[in-house]
Design a protein around this ligand. Structure first.
Ligand code: APR
Length: 247
C-alpha cells in the first residue's frame, strides 16, 4: 500500500478504536527544537554521551557538570513550544474523553504544556527536583540551599533532577498503568522513539501480544518496526494531526 493508503487505513482504525494508547519518544518534540537523545549532542556537551551524564554515578562524581547539563536542557526546553503533534494528541483527548492514554518517555513537559492531562511520564519530569539520597524530601526541597547543585542545610542531601537516570527503576505505578493501557488498547501508536530503551519499548510487544493494532510513526527505521502492524514513515508533527483530527 502507499503511504496515503496506510495513513487512511490507520485513521480508520483509530476512529473505530474504543481505546487508543500512544507511546511517545524524543522524536515527537524534535519539531519543537528539542534535540532527540540519539542526535549528536550539541555545543559544549558534544564531548559527552547522555549515558555519561544521566546516571547517579556521574552525578556523584561530577555533580556540577551533571547539574549544568540539566540546567542547559531546561533552558532549551523552556524556549520550546508544543508542536502540532503535541496539540493533536491533546485535542483528541479533549474531544474524546477517556479514549486515549498518553505514555511518554519524554521529560520535557511539552505534552502537558499542550494541554494533555494524566500523562504517564515514565522517565520523570525535567523541571522537577528530588533529593539524591532520600525518597521523600526531608524538608522544603525548593527553599534555596547552599551552593549549586544545592545541598539541604539539614541533612546534606544534594538536590537532583526528578528524572529516571540510566540504571534506575521507573516509577512503578506509572509503569504499571502504562502496561495496563498497552494490554487494554485496540490501537497503540508508537511515535518518535528509536525503541532502544526498556521497559518503555516493551510496551509495543505487550500491546501486540494482547491483540492491539500496533502502528509506528517515525522518520527513520526503529527497533520496533518489526513488532508493528504498520509503519508510517514520516514526521509526528505532520502525521498525528492526520490521524487524530476527527471530531
Ligand atoms: N517525527 C517522528 N520521529 C522523529 C522525528 C519526527 N519529527 N524526529 C526524529 N524522530 C525519530 C528519530 O528517527 C529516532 O528514531 O525519533 C526517534 C528518537 O529516538 P531517541 O533519540 O533514541 O529518543 P527516545 O527513543 O525517546 O529515547 C528513549 O532513551 O536516552 C534515554 O531516557 C532517555 O527517554 C529517553 C530514552
Amino acid at each position: 500500500m502507499t503511504v496515503a493508503q496506510d495513513l487512511a487505513a490507520v485513521r480508520e482504525r483509530v476512529a473505530a478504536a474504543r481505546h487508543l494508547a500512544v507511546l511517545t519518544g524524543a522524536g515527537v518534540s524534535a519539531e519543537s527544537g528539542v534535540p532527540t537523545f540519539r542526535d549528536a549532542q550539541t555545543g559544549l556537551w558534544a564531548r559527552f554521551r547522555p549515558e555519561e551524564l544521566a546516571t547517579e554515578a556521574a552525578f556523584r562524581a561530577h555533580p556540577q557538570r551533571v547539574w549544568d547539563w540539566y540546567a542547559f536542557r531546561r533552558e532549551r526546553v523552556a524556549e520550546a513550544q508544543p508542536n502540532a503533534g503535541h496539540l493533536a494528541l491533546a485535542g483528541f483527548a479533549r474531544r474524546h474523553p477517556d479514549r486515549l492514554t498518553l505514555i511518554t518517555q519524554n521529560v520535557d513537559g511539552l505534552h502537558q504544556r499542550a494541554g494533555s492531562t494524566g500523562v504517564l511520564a515514565l522517565h520523570g519530569q525535567l523541571f522537577e527536583n528530588a533529593w539524591l539520597d532520600a525518597p521523600q524530601p526531608c524538608c522544603d526541597l525548593e527553599r534555596e540551599r547552599v551552593g549549586s547543585p544545592s545541598a539541604c542545610a539539614g541533612c546534606g542531601n544534594l538536590r537532583r533532577p526528578a528524572v529516571v537516570w540510566f540504571g534506575e527503576a521507573l516509577p512503578l505505578k506509572t509503569l504499571a498503568a502504562a502496561q495496563q493501557a498497552a494490554r487494554a488498547c485496540d490501537v497503540l501508536l508508537v511515535v518518535g522513539t528509536s525503541g532502544q530503551v526498556y521497559p518503555a519499548a516493551g510496551l509495543a510487544q505487550t500491546a501486540q501480544d494482547a491483540g492491539a493494532h500496533v502502528v509506528v510513526v517515525n522518520t527513520a527505521p526503529t527497533a520496533l518496526d518489526a513488532v508493528a502492524d504498520v509503519v508510517l514513515r514520516g514526521s509526528a508533527a505532520l502525521i498525528l494531526p492526520e490521524l487524530l483530527s476527527f471530531k
